[in-house]
Design a protein around this ligand. Structure first.
Ligand code: NAD
Length: 346
């Protein structure tokens, strides 16, 4: 590893962008050179409080920001001129329209799961295909649900082979701060057709996995819950699966002795552990649910939608810039810099 410090810009300082910015700032081999906002709001104050130079999409709004006491360093174009790599965390389907801008600046770019695979032509998960991302100019970090599925399926496949996966995603209705989205009192098929987009999305990272997914949205904001059935190629035991999970840096085990049987209790647990923003960066696999019957594995896992992709963005930066070529080293650096080991593995 050389000592190069990668200069990172965050385009879109929202739910994901502000978390990635804090994670970048915690890395010894990366530096935040700026974050961007389109509108004046609470997050602009947070960026200033954190000491991140703020760039704005429309410089005609500069006076409004400055009248509110927010220092504006320049335009998004200026920010892109000062970085080695940009993490695009603009809302889903907005990011693709920024590609020409990134190409103009000749910089590397990472998009999020709200964009199509084709925007980058490469979909990333650090536990699955880190080395294939080395040196790439463009990468897409897959969505929170796909990230959680890929981590688990790849680990189980490596241990005992996967014949087929069936996964039901019980999805949160909106992020906690989003006040204008529902449902308030319904279980919504999303979509009513099967499979949901998650299975094909898993195949953008793990093309050889046979998988069918179904998804519903429910009135909660805390986390997603997955009910997963995996048909195995080789026999295994519950104990072997639990050991596999406990040894994995991004698979957390919600121990049965904690008594935690919900997303709300898990969020409270993570908050009590002192995690920033009560973020669960790893999968939350409920130990009590892990069952092996014949050659079939069953389990429930919680996925914190705002958090699990954050650490993936950090590893993607290392892979694309080539500053660390070994996935395990990068994953360990990322976890250590944020001060965590996966729950249930201590
Ligand atoms: P968000 O709405 O919370 O944040 C987006 C930010 O981008 C906002 O600050 C907005 O002001 C800013 N913005 C909007 N248009 C812009 C533009 N043209 N240029 C610069 N900034 C602009 O969105 P989010 O939830 O952080 O989602 C970002 C991406 O991450 C999406 O692709 C989404 O699908 C994906 N993602 C979201 C979640 C989640 O649960 N929130 C989980 C995983 C992946």
């Amino acid at each position: 590893m050389n000592q190069k410090i990668v200069r990172v810009a965050i385009n879109g300082y929202g739910t994901i962008g502000k978390r990635v910015a804090d994670a970048v700032a915690a890395q010894p081999d990366m530096k935040i050179i700026g974050v961007s906002k389109t509108r004046l709001g609470a997050e602009a104050y947070v960026a200033q409080d954190r000491g991140y130079p703020l760039y704005i999409a429309d410089l005609t709004k500069k006076k409004a920001f400055e009248d509110a006491g927010i220092v504006v360093t320049g335009s998004i174009d200026d920010m892109l001129g000062a970085c080695d790599i940009v993490v695009d965390a603009t809302p889903g389907e907005v990011g693709a329209s920024n590609k020409a801008l990134y190409e103009k600046h000749g910089i590397k770019a990472i998009w999020q799961g709200g964009e199509e695979h084709d925007v980058a032509g490469f979909s990333f998960n650090s536990s699955c295909n880190y080395q294939d991302a080395i040196g790439k100019q463009f990468v897409r970090v897959v969505s929170c649900n796909t990230t959680g599925l890929c981590r688990l399926i790849h680990a189980v496949d490596g241990a005992c082979g996967v014949s087929h996966v069936t996964a039901v995603m019980i999805r949160r209705g909106a992020d906690p701060h989003v006040v204008k989205k529902g449902p308030i009192d319904a279980v919504v098929l999303n979509p009513a057709t099967i499979p949901s987009h998650h299975g094909p999305d898993v195949n953008s990272v793990l093309p050889d996995i046979s998988i069918a997914t179904m998804a519903v949205i429910v009135p909660t904001t805390q986390m997603h819950m997955h009910a997963i059935t995996i048909e195995l190629k080789e026999t295994t035991t519950r104990e072997e699966i639990l050991a596999l999970i406990a040894a994995h840096p991004r698979l957390g085990l919600v121990k049965a002795v904690t008594g935690i049987v919900s997303t709300a209790e898990l969020k409270e647990f993570v908050m009590d552990l002192g995690r920033p923003r009560s973020d669960l960066w790893e999968n939350g696999i409920y130990e009590a649910s892990v069952s092996v019957v014949g050659k079939t594995l069953y389990l429930f896992q919680a996925i914190h939608q705002e958090a699990d992709v954050v650490v993936e963005n950090i590893d993607a930066i290392r892979a694309m810039t080539g500053i660390v070529t070994d996935p395990d080293t990068s994953i360990q650096m990322t976890n250590e810099s944020l001060g965590f080991v996966a729950i249930g593995s201590e």
